[in-house]
Design a protein around this ligand. Sequence first.
Ligand code: UT7
Length: 308
Amino acid sequence: MAGAVTIGWGSSVPDNVVTNDDLAKRLDTSNEWILERTGIRERHMGGVTSELAIAAAKEALASAGMEPGDIDLLVLATTTPDALVPGTSAIVQGALGTRGGAFDVNAACSGFIYSLVAAHGFVLAGSKRVLLIGAETLSSITDMNDRTLAVIVGDGAAAVVLEAVPGQGELLSWNLGADGLLRHLLCCEHGGYLFMDGKEIFRRAVRIVVDSAREAIVAAGVTSEQVDLFVPHQANVRIIDAARERLGIPEERAMVTIDRYGNTSSSSIPLALVAAITEGRLHAGDLVLLSGFGAGMTWGSALLRWGG
Ligand code: UT7
């Protein structure tokens, strides 16, 4: 049996920081409303998905002490690809020169979890080192005059390098789900803008996250009290708090980065994970719970024993 452990990480966000007050200058909104209803203070906006992905990947490779040629699979999660065809993973692969396959995953805000589980499956099937990237430029598909969405979205990318190890590795358990009959709640037609029924998603999100996380926790044979760090999708701090409380995870064991990044969809979980690592919030042996939900609807959770 082969598992995988995380040996490198990196992130990249556009230089352009947009504060709530910046948005309030041209939209009928306020810093107070945005902060209270979402937990967001500021977000980074701009850039191109592949360029953010490449920058995050380079940082992850450097921190792993690896060259692109050491990688034999590249998985890129995004809902905002540079083009319909080819996949953004191909553009990133071409720029970096990684070996082996490269493909995109579009599972919206659950994309990183789906990609992580897929990467572990590839490792089980023989891949040695996987470069896993979440990258988004949500601002490029957002109507900046739509105050509901303009205040929420952010852009950025984060990447990890996974390496095959003998034994189980980091992934203890996982849970993935989808309900395509709910696709109308969050969608974007070709050439159009993002549409979101925020209230309805909010109503469902807490239960979805809690159920999915519980499935993963039970499958790993642990309890939520044992979770050292909860790294949820950063859609709304109220969703994070409600899910965390229902799971019985104290506030200090949850990673919250929505205040600085906003909702970055596929990038939100890896950005929070990389922030947790660089801020010293993760230690070898820690039990880490990743949980996401989003358009599709899709959802997913992964329970990791950090460092394998
Ligand atoms: O990434 C995964 C998928 N996405 C999500 O998980 C998002 C889930 N949904 C949410 O986070 C929340 O529903 C939002 C943050 C989008 C909205 O917050 P809310 O507390 O559900 O607000 P609401 O839609 O119930 O609106 C409350 C009021 C309304 O005014 P009235 O009807 O009470 O007079 C809105 O028109 O707030 C108004 N409003 C705003 N006011 C100031 C809506 N957007 C804004 C805004 N600034 N940006």
